[in-house]
Design a binder for this molecule. Structure first.
Ligand code: SF4
Ligand code: SF4
Length: 198
């Protein structure tokens, strides 16, 4: 089984409630985020006939560690501190073994591992494993006022929501095979991987 996230980016308002709920749970210092809400913008003014029109695209999406099937962070970690659980696919950091070399920080195409200078180690989204094992949902899922984030077995999420692993602004999913499904925002260029949301 592989845990993952579904993000309904089509309706994301960019309110950052998920980002703040996650930061609060993890008591993160200024400058560190396990979940980020990012804005993608493209386009400008184009000439059409004798006039000018805009083709601007702008949207928000919420992103964290995607607990990838091919986790570059795990592959480059020299001590084995970054590891992938065989039972649920979550990618976690064993703090006792992390030496703070930041190889994972540079390898991850999603900017997920966060270096904590206070302790000289890296930490990141753990899928709220303590809450999940207690039968609860990750805090980002509960916090979104529009209920746009879902978490669970990635195949069950795919059957429930559909979605794609890539929209313009995200890393190429062939690099790490993220456990991520996104309902693309209106106007976004996206890959058809996973089909479309019903
Ligand atoms: S998103 Fe980055 S940190 Fe998370 S599993 Fe994938 S490569 Fe590793
Ligand atoms: S809480 Fe929901 S609407 Fe707000 S930024 Fe996060 S995903 Fe978007």
């Amino acid at each position: 089984m592989q845990y993952g996230f579904f993000i309904d980016a089509k309706y994301c308002a960019g309110c950052k409630t998920c980002q703040i709920a996650c930061k609060d749970r993890a008591s993160l210092e200024v400058g560190q985020l396990f979940r980020k809400v990012v804005n993608y913008e493209d386009g400008g003014w184009v000439q059409r006939g004798e006039g000018w029109v805009h083709n601007v695209t702008s949207y928000w999406f919420s992103i964290s560690c995607n607990h990838c099937a091919d986790p570059a962070c795990v592959y480059v970690c020299p001590t084995g501190a970054m590891y992938k659980r065989s039972d649920n696919g979550l990618v976690l950091v064993n703090q006792d073994d992390c030496v703070g070399c930041q190889s994972c920080v540079w390898a991850c195409p999603y900017d997920a591992p966060q270096y904590n200078p206070e302790v000289g180690r890296v930490h990141k989204c753990d899928g709220c494993i303590d809450r999940v094992e207690a039968g609860q949902r990750p805090v980002c899922v509960d916090a979104c006022p529009y209920q746009l984030i879902d978490f669970g077995d990635i195949e069950e999420l795919r059957a429930k929501h559909g979605g794609t692993a890539w929209v313009q602004g995200l890393a190429d999913p062939s690099r790490t095979r993220p456990s991520l499904l996104v309902n693309p925002p209106t106007g976004a260029i996206s890959s058809p991987i996973g089909g479309s949301r019903k």
